[in-house]
Ligand binder design. Structure first.
Ligand SMILES: [Zn+2]
Length: 261
């Protein structure tokens, strides 16, 4: 508010004229009386203040969420290549990439997914790549993602036992998306099969989506990991075969050029 001469000031938000303040104590000095002469007749100032506080709160919540996303990302097994895998810089002509993008979009729209995906198929067909693209899109939109490698997980709980297991299972239960990369490459003993079952069953019971990548077919999963694990996966994931040749091709042409240069 600005008082120029005796002109009645107006609200800078809605333009409404201020009204005279009839509650100024008589013993106030004149310059204060002058400053208090008019008061707003609207609640724009309060509304602005409320809006500012709400924005501040929203920003704080967003920061809080991003910290949570980061916490899950930090305990995930992710390398630089994984983090750089995005739909934006991918060849989207492969069928499984189109499906993955739709899955990520719908996940963000709904806040979760109706189910998970079991990507299976030959080595190097891009199963991990597709799941990495999904993960990155979700994390960029504030979703917590936990990416696990069962081999490393089993090694960890063999060393640290129950404490580590409970700790990780808590994350398994609460993250928005769980990814188990390269299932079935581990050596299977009764111990590892039991621990694997605990993990998958924990997620299954939480009724939250998981994405699995594996070189094993659903039938091979049943044979190698047992029907209890296979049943949980079949009951919660779309089985999706990623076909095609290995993307990990050696560039013969570039090699020949390098050799003869
Ligand atoms: Zn106003």
């Amino acid at each position: 508010m600005e008082i120029i001469g005796n002109k009645v000031p107006v609200c800078k938000y809605c333009g409404k004229e201020y009204v005279e303040n009839l509650n100024i104590p008589a013993n106030f000095p004149d310059f204060i009386k002058q400053a208090m002469k008019y008061i707003p007749a609207c609640d724009c100032e309060e509304k602005q203040e409320k809006k500012r506080r709400e924005l501040e709160e929203k920003e704080r919540q967003k920061q809080c969420l991003m910290n949570k996303v980061k916490r899950y990302r930090d305990i995930s097994v992710i390398d630089k290549k994984f983090l750089q895998s995005t739909f934006e810089n991918s060849n989207m002509s492969d069928k499984h990439m189109g499906m993955s993008k739709k899955y990520a979009d719908k996940f963000i729209l709904d806040g979760t997914a109706q189910g998970g995906i079991l990507f299976y198929g030959g080595v190097g067909t891009g199963k991990t790549y597709a799941s990495a693209c999904i993960c990155n899109q979700l994390m960029n939109n504030g979703k917590t993602v936990l990416v696990m490698n069962l081999g490393l997980y089993l090694l960890k709980i063999m060393r640290e036992w129950a404490e580590a297991e409970n700790d990780v299972l808590n994350y398994v239960k609460t993250c928005d998306l769980l990814v188990i990369d390269d299932l079935g490459t581990e050596n299977i003993s009764d111990f590892t099969r039991e621990k694997m079952f605990n993990l998958i069953d924990t997620r299954y019971r939480a009724n939250k989506p998981m994405i699995i990548t594996t070189n094993l077919t659903p039938m091979e999963i049943k044979v190698k990991l047992g029907s209890r694990i296979a049943d949980r996966l079949a009951g919660s994931c779309l089985e999706y075969e990623v076909k095609g040749e290995s993307k990990r091709k050696f560039d013969k042409k570039a090699f020949a050029e390098w050799l003869t240069a």
